[in-house]
Write a protein that binds this ligand. Sequence first.
Ligand code: GLN
Length: 284
Amino acid sequence: MTDYAGLLKQGTAGLEKAGVEDIELNARELLGKALGINCRSRDFDAALNRQIDPQVQREFENLCKRRTEGEPLQYLVGEWEFYGLTFKVGEGVLIPRQDTETVVDTVLKKAPKDRKLTVADLCTGSGCIAMALEKHLDCRQLIGVELSDKALGFLQHNIKLNDSKMQVLKGDITLKQTAQQLPVCDVITANPPYLTRRDMEELQKEVTFEPRSALYGGDDGLDFYRHIVINFKDRIKPGGFFAFEIGAGMEEDVMTILVRHGFENVRASKDACGIFRCVTGYKK
Ligand code: GLN
């Protein structure tokens, strides 16, 4: 084995042995990281028949080892794509997931296109929902609310990376005073922590590396929806709406919370797997 193609093959075999899913993708991403070349670029394919640099080999083998120990691929690579944008990620911030693109799609379908909008994204984390919306909507003001200092570090980096104009509000969304610092919005989005106590006991190994504070939504997973609707319902204009990401099977409960607080036209939309993933409700 003298070239990177051989090293890639060896790495792929190692990942397979350890039971990692999507071994080819994982191995290419990790080799790209070790080489400092995006594995989806032509340069990567061109590099495959180059002579191996021992330092790159050590780095690649170390990344593969960490991957077999369960560290998420996205953290090892250090950035991930969401809605065509790139986000820096790492320990301390939730990894952008494809499911979450459903929230963006739903908001883009429902949001008025004939005027400038004021938008807030709660529990914004990496900022992926907010910045994806910013790319496709005419935002007068876009605010991301986040509590975790670690997540805020990634968020600031992502704002620069994506040349975003979003503003950041550090705050706890379970407190009314955080809501009072927001302007009245056309749209408020959130992908809050929503895993139940049971879910937390059965986490996939990779997910245990992600911040518990971004995952756990209380016994029934619904704590944050209750807090958000109660605290932020006055921060939505009449005719404006909430759009929440939800966990599988939560649509009835989350819709009920919105209906109880007087929201209208409450609906759930499905993700690419056919699971209800986003709940929306309009302010009267
Ligand atoms: N979708 C994440 C998961 O299934 C959970 C994220 C969240 O709680 N908002 O691991």
